[in-house]
Design a protein around this ligand. Structure first.
Ligand code: FES
Length: 156
């Protein structure tokens, strides 16, 4: 049984290596790293802002933000998308963290692809999805802040 397990482990390792070698022909090392070790993956309880956007390919991205004094102190994402969508979610939450809301709003698709050291043409829409989801989460934050201001106005 030990020998069978050993053969199985070696076979799995060879398959993983072959898949990674194929991925390296298409994706940068940065994309592969963010895909294999996604940063900020998961949901967030009591988030200050949230957005869910579905792209034209049918994949969906969710972004959650925690904001303190207009600064994004925490950003998390979830997606049911492909490898490059996971990499984009990981990289865009890294780019957004520690930025002021106004700065994060200026993160472009190009900033994201630069952070990932490029994306193949067929994956550009994944960066558009991630950027749009971040912008909508920021829009959600602004709307709820505006609602709080209005509610406060009515209280006084
Ligand atoms: Fe649909 Fe990446 S393939 S967002």
């Amino acid at each position: 049984m030990d020998q069978e397990d050993d053969i199985l482990d070696k076979t799995v390792a060879e398959i993983q290596k072959a898949i990674l070698n194929d991925a390296r022909k298409i994706y940068s090392e940065k994309v592969i790293d963010h895909f294999l070790h996604p940063r900020n993956l998961g949901t967030m309880e009591d988030a200050d802002a949230f957005a869910k956007v579905t792209g034209p390919c049918g994949d969906t991205m969710y972004i959650f933000l925690r904001v303190k004094g207009e600064k994004i102190v925490e950003a998390r994402f979830m997606t049911d998308g492909c490898a490059s969508t996971i990499a984009c979610g990981s990289a865009i939450t890294e780019l957004a963290k520690k930025k002021m809301i106004n700065e994060a709003l200026n993160i472009t698709e190009l900033d994201l692809t630069d952070a990932l050291e490029g994306l193949p043409e067929s994956s550009i829409h994944c960066s558009v999805l991630a950027t749009r989801t971040l912008r909508e989460a920021i829009g959600d934050y602004r709307s709820s802040e505006e609602a709080k201001r209005v509610a406060k106005g009515y209280d006084t």
